[in-house]
Design a protein around this ligand. Structure first.
Ligand SMILES: Cc1cc2nc3c(=O)[nH]c(=O)nc-3n(C[C@H](O)[C@H](O)[C@H](O)COP(=O)(O)OP(=O)(O)OC[C@H]3O[C@@H](n4cnc5c(N)ncnc54)[C@H](O)[C@@H]3O)c2cc1C
Length: 431
């Protein structure tokens, strides 16, 4: 552990591994430190892995990576207590190369991805916790670990230690994240034979489906639930911002139990066997919560930098892309022999010019708006379900009259002005 490296990467999740892989491929001496027994041992994700950002690192990765199913259908459910309004898209162009996205199990995927960084030349050490950064003369020069004599030095330290990022907090890059900046999500992996999955979701072998569920899945609180198909298992999970959970006094495991027993969900799970139960935070503060990401001798990537687009459930791809951008800046800094904040700031510039920050900026007020005005999840989703039920029930009422009745009942409940105001506010938050 007394050797000096060009780069130390803390955390072998998608962000850290992408960074370690790219630095090693460019000839740098890289140490990748992971606290888990192996990469992915402790990592949690609903499971949708996007193709494009990984393909930039490893072309045609789907030919060798441990993936579950290519996703050919994305469904969205607006769910009430005993009903659901659905929409979505199924396309067979997503069933063939180069595909759109895939479901994955992180325990398998992260191990494989880290093995690619090792193949590229990085040294991976598992079961090692980085306890703090070593700072000398205002510059990060290495890390202290929980191993005996566990100090190790490098020109640059990459903090890819995930959502809590205690290490960047220690450096003063951010404060403790507020309960409205993180979502607590619980999920379960439920084993189910392949044929049952194919029948219930109307799929063929090697085709996957994702369902995002809003409304009663979180008992009307800000958040979502998901149900994704793996080869021979389903991932089901639900989460809300921590602040919503505290306000509504809900326990996360009760919410998951409620979801699993919901009449719209239960038939999909029938006969399945619980294989794993997981809980994790998701950074959902968005644009306003992105902390300082560059210092002297140090950069912050992935969840540690709050890079999650909650509206589009993109996280792992932003983690990988930020890891790649950081690596490119480090390779250039290495050529200059300058690891100061201003030299590494190329990473920050690239990040802010990329789709990552542009997308976070687009939705910068969304989470806060939907948290502050809970009627979108609590009132409008049940109203939409009642309207659909009324419209599609054949009872001899002329359709034009039905439309009028629906409009009247909506505006009577809320008032025309309130409805228009809510529509405008929601449009502004996501435009
Ligand atoms: C329930 C859930 C569902 C999600 N669904 C999706 C989805 O469908 N699609 C999507 O793209 N994203 C999804 N996300 C988000 C996605 O999982 C994250 O954005 C992504 O994992 C971030 O990658 P990362 O490498 O930054 O952090 P992580 O994956 O959290 O990796 C951090 C790594 O650092 C290690 N580590 C932490 N501290 C230390 C330390 N001190 N010393 C050594 N090692 C350390 C950890 O063990 C871990 O391996 C989901 C998240 C959750 C919780």
């Amino acid at each position: 552990m007394s050797e000096k490296f060009d780069v130390i990467v803390v955390g072998a999740g998608p962000a850290g591994t992408a960074c370690a892989f790219t630095c090693a491929k460019n000839g740098l001496k890289v140490l990748l430190i992971e606290r888990g027994e192996y990469p992915g041992a402790k990592n949690v994700m609903g499971g949708v892995l996007y193709r494009q950002q990984l393909e930039e690192l490893i072309p045609e990765f789907w030919k060798e990576a441990p993936l579950e199913r290519p996703v050919v259908e994305q469904r969205f459910w607006m769910m009430d207590k005993e009903s659901v309004v659905t929409f979505g898209y199924k396309g067979l162009e997503w069933a063939v190369e180069p595909y759109n996205n895939f479901t994955v199990l992180r325990a398998k995927f992260d191990q494989w991805f880290a093995s690619k960084a090792v193949e590229a030349g990085a040294l991976l050490i598992n079961e090692t916790v980085v306890t703090e950064c070593i700072v000398e003369n205002g510059k990060v020069v290495g890390v202290r670990t929980d191993r005996p004599d566990g100090e190790v030095y490098a020109d640059v330290v990459v903090l890819a230690d995930g959502v809590n990022s205690l290490l960047s907090k220690q450096l003063g890059f951010h404060k403790e994240f507020r309960p409205d900046e993180v979502a607590l999500t619980v999920m379960e992996v439920i084993n189910l034979p392949k044929d049952k999955i194919n029948d219930r979701f109307n799929l063929e072998d090697n085709q996957g489906c994702t369902i995002e569920i809003f409304g009663d899945s979180t008992k009307g609180n800000l958040g979502t639930a998901f149900l994704y198909t793996n080869k021979e298992s389903l991932n089901i999970g639900v989460g809300t911002t921590l602040s919503s959970m505290i306000k509504a006094k809900i326990k996360p495991y009760e919410l998951l139990d409620y979801l699993k027993n919901h009449p719209m969900v239960k038939p999909f799970l029938e006969g399945g066997e619980s294989a794993e139960y997981l809980a994790h935070l998701i950074p959902e503060g968005g644009y306003h919560s992105v902390p300082k990401v560059v210092g002297n001798g140090v950069v912050v990537v992935g969840d540690a930098a709050q890079l999650v687009n909650a509206i589009h459930r993109e996280g792992s791809n932003l983690a990988m892309h930020s890891g790649l951008l950081a690596a490119e800046a480090i390779v250039e800094a290495n050529k200059r022999g300058d690891f100061s904040e201003s030299s590494l700031n190329h990473y920050r510039e690239a990040l802010y010019n990329s789709f990552i920050i542009k997308d976070l900026e687009k939705y910068k007020d969304a989470t806060h708006t939907f948290e502050k005005y809970p009627q979108y999840f609590k009132d409008y989703i049940p109203m939409l379900n009642r309207a659909a039920s009324k419209f599609f029930t054949v009872d001899g009422t002329p359709k034009r009259e039905k439309q009028k009745q629906i409009m009247r009942s909506m505006t009577a409940e809320k008032g025309t002005f309130r409805v228009l105001q809510d529509i405008y506010r929601a449009w502004k938050a996501v435009k």
